[in-house]
Design a protein around this ligand. Structure first.
Ligand SMILES: N[C@@H]1[C@@H](O)[C@H](O)[C@@H](COP(=O)(O)O)O[C@@H]1O
Length: 201
């Protein structure tokens, strides 16, 4: 979905390295079918997606300031793949991957746009830990706006958020209860839908 500008793709903290280490080297995928945004391809990136029939699933995280990919606060909700300057908050948050050295964190990145993400047929977002609680609150209870770009996904017909307890800490109690009720009633329904075993004759 995104890549830093200013470090080589071979850098251990590049998103290219991350994807190869955690996914591509473990699966049987031809290199010609791997497409990661970069300075070389970002201008054609959305056209390439369209040529392949669109994205089936975007699996993403969220920044503590509510960014998806690197769509920092203030990104247009109709944005496509482009270069974005990173906020101070993101640079400080990502310093943990650069031995805590804020100066070593790149200052900009190539990123898919908010619309690139929203155009996928399905979006799954994982948010864990207290540091994501404000972003989760905005995503669920806030109104759609370009400061918390994650809120754009409220408009998506197939958007699922997977969160842990800590990430729900800024939500209203009644919001959390409501979603737990939904979860419970869905698992009850699934039990009811299971075919009853045939009585033995
Ligand atoms: N550009 C990435 C985002 O795509 C990611 O969503 C975010 C949160 O990542 P994590 O869930 O690992 O904290 O980090 C970076 O800023």
């Amino acid at each position: 979905m995104d890549e830093y500008v200013g470090i080589p793709t071979s850098h251990p903290q590049s998103y290219h390295s991350f994807m190869f280490q955690h996914l591509f080297q473990h699966v049987d995928i031809p290199p010609s079918q791997i497409h990661i945004p970069s300075l070389e391809n970002y201008q054609e990136y959305d056209d390439t997606i369209a040529r392949y029939g669109g994205i089936e699933l975007f699996l993403c995280g969220v920044g503590s300031d509510g960014h998806i990919a690197f769509n920092e606060p203030g990104s247009s909700l109709s944005s496509k793949t482009r270069i974005k300057t990173l906020t101070r908050e993101t640079i400080v948050a990502n310093a943990r991957f650069f031995n805590g050295d804020v100066e070593a964190v790149p200052k900009s990145a190539v990123t898919v746009g908010v619309k690139t993400v929203a155009d996928a047929r399905e979006v799954v977002l994982i948010a864990d830990g207290r540091g994501k609680a404000e972003a989760v609150k905005q995503a669920v209870e806030g109104s759609v706006n370009h400061i918390w770009t994650v809120t754009a996904l409220q408009m998506h017909p197939r958007f699922v958020m997977a969160v842990d307890e800590a990430a729900t800490e800024e939500l209203k109690v009644k919001t959390v209860k409501y979603f737990k009720d939904i979860e419970r009633s869905q698992s009850d329904n699934q039990l009811e839908l299971k075919p009853k075993p045939k009585p033995k004759l």
